[in-house]
Design a binder for this molecule. Sequence first.
Ligand SMILES: *Cc1c(COP(=O)(O)O)cnc(C)c1O
Ligand code: SF4
Length: 338
Amino acid sequence: MITRSPLSLQCSTTAGSWQTQLSGAIRDPRELCRRLGLEKRWWPGAETGHALFEVRVPEAYLARIRPGDPHDPLLRQVLPLDEESHSTPGFVTDPLEEREHTPRRGLIHKYAGRVLLIASPACAINCRYCFRRHFPYDENAPSRAQWADTLDYLRGDASIREAILSGGDPLAANDRQLGWLVEQLEAIPHLKRLRIHTRLPVVIPDRIDGALLDWLGRTRLQKVVVLHINHPNEIDEAVIDACRRLRDAGVTLLNQSVLLAGINDDVDTLTALSERLFEADVLPYYLHVLDPVDGAAHFEIDDDTARTLVDAMRRELPGFLMPTLVREIPGEASKTPI
Ligand SMILES: *Cc1c(COP(=O)(O)O)cnc(C)c1O
Ligand code: SF4
């Protein structure tokens, strides 16, 4: 059950365009604590974590957090904690060794048939467990001239059937840039699919506006949008509406989640998430175990617990609402089922 706080009413009357909402996101750890009525004891940890990876929370997401509850599962995804400064053996800054797989600026080619393009260095929200919290985005945000090189690489490899726009969050880029890029991609005959990995329709649902639907609706490429939602409370009516607009534009909608201690590591939450996703016309795709990124060890769930949870989910849900539990292992040719 989603409880609407008074904040969400406030937000809907002052929302503005997605760009305004993006630039107006909360970036001050104390403001985040104050707005949610958190006790002062949370402040120093929030400052410490913020110094390592800055706070970013859009108002539309803040509105879904229960004020005064330091354990709210949405807050836990965005509130920096002192634990982020603890180093843990095995937790490193580049757990997926992505820096090894960038043959062109902004391009990661690790798996057969598909390449990942860093279409925007920025995110609309900063998730504390993010495996890219240390990724040198600024070095990997190509300009239009640098895209020429990436596009050459795609043209030169006929085995590539799918381009995946990723980031950061690709939908943090503007529609002029994205429309241009998709036009370039669809001119490559062997490309069949456009996939977009994004959290923007969830954290700022107004991102799915006419300008976006215009370029998305026009392309000849088959379209898949993979959302990133970890908890059923993230899916409010505005998110359901945004998903409906994407579906109406011919998009197949999937979701990936990360299994996170204290956020979604129980059967009821995971089952409710799958059910709620389907209400939004979204199918569960992957449930990832945490990538061992430095500063996120406090979110870890061990493999045995993860398997037990997923087995219990299977007893509650139809097969088509079951995500695949996976880990990403550097050097492997695909995600690895657990
Ligand atoms: C996860 C990932 C993909 C997509 O993998 P799928 O199993 O097709 O979803 C592609 N490229 C990279 C670099 C990835 O990390
Ligand atoms: S939206 Fe995705 S890439 Fe951006 S911070 Fe969150 S998990 Fe990381």
